[in-house]
Design a protein around this ligand. Sequence first.
Ligand code: CDP
Ligand code: MG
Length: 140
Amino acid sequence: MATERTLSIIKPDATRRNLTGKINAKFEDAGLRIIAQKRIQLTKAQAGEFYAVHKERPFYDELCEFMASAPVVVQVLEGENAIAKNREVMGATNPADAAPGTIRAEFAESVGENSVHGSDAPDTAAEEIAFYFSGLELVG
Ligand code: CDP
Ligand code: MG
């Protein structure tokens, strides 16, 4: 196992319900360190660029609208095996399938409004971190 960094987003459904602290506690309790964090408001175009990989999917337009509907908290999480560990802490995409105790099991409202985003592999983690953060903002 190696120390990794992954990109996390606390999505609009969660910022709206004031869940940033509760979600951050889940990351920290799992040994993930929040090494960078900021609250921003995405435009629909920026959300579309971030989720470009899903451009052809039927939920793309709704997803972009949702991501631009309220502020999000973008974060870099660091730790041993951070990419897979974060996916574990998040739970399955559809909260109906998410394991008990995971963020999505506890907080997600639906498969679309599911409280958090997490990178899925080392190459996408690096790209997604660079999308939101400059090297100067990553102090470790
Ligand atoms: O976020 P995750 O990597 O678990 O799932 P994804 O398959 O990469 O999908 C990205 C996001 O699109 C999800 O987190 C949902 O917000 C949304 N989505 C949706 O609205 N409806 C689906 N059937 C699948 C995903
Ligand atoms: Mg994904």
